[in-house]
Write a protein that binds this ligand. Structure first.
Ligand code: MRU
Length: 368
């Protein structure tokens, strides 16, 4: 998508594979800085501290992390060590495991000396495929937006949560791909962007990328979402996912569940945009999804820009107060109107997903 009118991906290898360039998302929207990852440790750190974040981009960065690890040292045992290190960075987005298993399956049969070169091309393939999946999600999801427009002949109001836009993927995004596709096709669309405390991915990242693309949007406090739905100002909610269980339960950024409850109470359709690599066929339901608990200082402090332009963090809470910081929640499938995948829109049920992914089969499933 565009930064200052120039088409840009969130991650790309540098010439001769001497590094991987990312956007440091911890600095947005105040500063746009690119950063070069040169080692396994750089990649693991970037995922852990959320310089890169969003399930598909975590997977893509991990794939390049393996390539970087093998560029440093491609001796026997290095592949396994790299995968172990990267797997320990963040627990909830299943795209991380998916990407690392894909790299291991591709590289393990090869002699150690050949692995490095193949790792770079496999990581590039992971990225290219991510873009294609998201474009398809965009086409299928835009159909839903178009239906509302054809019925109402007015601007379609979409609510989203967190950032499941192009910054969370290699390009296009998942939940926002339908918005960009509809907008580019000339359908008038407006996005309600919930700020997404504690890290404010909505206020900082979603608002920034929508502004870069020229999509009309309004940032709201998380707590305003129910009120806005109650007043008929939302036509549909579209969120992303960090992991979908085989029955259609959806883990996504903390606060997603509350939006789904409010949507149900107000008759607002609630969709999750989920590419194939985000479905965990090994989990029968969402109860087995590991929920990341992040540092308390993400709740006790808030980051922003000072009058002089510097970016700083200030304390919000009394220094004696404890804080808890679960980073994700699970929305039960019964609250999800439909799942938008690259293969079409399906009911949030085991049957719905299995019809779209017949190859997932029963052999890969196990009880949570
Ligand atoms: O903690 P984050 O910022 O990595 O969480 C991101 C989300 O929850 C996104 O909604 C999800 O990864 C879907 S991204 C296309």
């Amino acid at each position: 998508m565009n930064i200052n009118g120039t088409s840009t991906r969130t991650i790309r290898p540098l010439p001769d594979n001497y590094g991987v360039e990312i956007i440091d998302q911890t600095l947005l929207p105040h500063r746009l800085e690119f950063r070069t990852l040169r080692s396994l440790e750089d990649a693991a750190e970037a995922i852990s501290v959320m310089r890169v974040r969003g399930a598909p981009l975590i997977g893509a960065t991990a794939a390049y992390g393996v390539a970087l690890a093998l560029s440093e040292d491609s001796s026997e045992g290095r592949l396994e060590l790299a995968c172990e290190r990267l797997m320990a960075t963040r627990p909830t987005a299943v795209n991380l495991r998916w990407a690392l298993e894909r790299m291991q399956n591709r590289l393990t049969p090869l002699p150690a000396a050949q692995r490095c070169e193949v790792a770079w091309s496999e990581a590039a393939a992971v990225c290219d495929e991510d873009v294609m999946l998201n474009q398809s999600i965009g086409r299928h999801g835009a159909g839903l937006i178009k239906q509302v427009y054809e019925k109402t002949s007015r601007t379609v109001n979409v609510m989203t949560h967190c950032n499941a836009g192009w910054l969370a993927t290699v390009d296009w995004g998942t939940a926002l791909a339908p918005v960009y596709t509809a907008f580019d096709a000339g359908i008038p669309v407006h996005v309600w962007v919930s700020e997404t405390r504690p890290r404010n991915q909505g206020a900082a990242l979603t608002a920034w990328e929508l502004a870069q693309h020229g999509v009309p949007h309004t940032v709201i406090a998380d707590n305003a979402a129910g009120h806005i739905m109650q007043h008929g100002l939302v036509d549909l909610v579209i969120v992303g996912a960090d992991r979908a269980a085989a029955n259609g339960d959806i883990a996504n950024k903390i606060g997603t569940y509350l939006k789904a409850l409010a949507a149900r109470d107000n008759g607002v359709p609630f969709y999750a945009a989920v590419p194939g690599p985000t479905i965990d066929w090994r989990l029968n339901d969402g109860s087995g999804i590991p929920i990341e608990e992040r540092a308390a200082d993400e709740v006790t402090h808030i980051q922003g820009q000072m009058e002089n332009g510097s970016v700083t963090s200030v304390r919000l809470t009394p220094s004696q107060s404890d804080a808890a910081n679960p980073a994700f929640d699970v929305t039960p499938a019964r609250l999800v109107t439909g799942i938008i995948t690259e293969r079409g829109v399906c009911p949030a049920t085991r049957e719905g997903l299995s019809r779209l992914y017949p190859e997932a089969g029963t052999s890969s499933r196990r009880t949570a």
